[in-house]
Design a binder for this molecule. Structure first.
Ligand SMILES: Cc1cc2nc3c(=O)[nH]c(=O)nc-3n(C[C@H](O)[C@H](O)[C@H](O)COP(=O)(O)O)c2cc1C
Length: 98
């Protein structure tokens, strides 16, 4: 089966993962608890966070917004925003949080 390839940061390293099955980002649903449950159901699916806005990352509770369990990988963060500098800063902030 042919699958899309997604480049994703896992444990500080850029890795290529096949995107045969993904669980879409869903606000108020795909928090870390839901994703952990999804990982049990689908061991190799790519999981997405809820959309997290740049304002929330820059000014909010980062551990709550960005925290995850290593078991959730492959996991993609969905950032929402319109300012490239803020998006870049949030990507830098998100990288080391686990
Ligand atoms: C409750 C709910 C929350 C969602 N939140 C987001 C979100 O945070 N970011 C996003 O890009 N899409 C969001 N979506 C859209 C879904 O990611 C997905 O694109 C949509 O449900 C269509 O997928 P489907 O064709 O598999 O049903 C949300 C959808 C639902 C139902």
């Amino acid at each position: 089966m042919a699958c899309d390839i997604l480049q994703i940061m896992i444990s500080g390293k850029n890795k290529l993962v096949e995107r045969c099955l993904c669980v879409a980002p869903m606000m108020d649903w795909t928090d870390r608890h839901c994703r952990y449950f999804h990982r049990i159901l689908a061991p190799s699916a790519v999981l997405y966070t809820e959309m997290v806005t740049t304002g929330a990352v820059l000014h909010g509770d980062r551990e709550r917004l960005l925290g995850f369990n290593e078991e959730e990988h492959p996991l993609a963060l969905q950032l929402g925003g319109s300012d490239p500098a803020d998006l870049a800063e949030c990507a830098r902030i998100a990288k080391p949080v686990d």
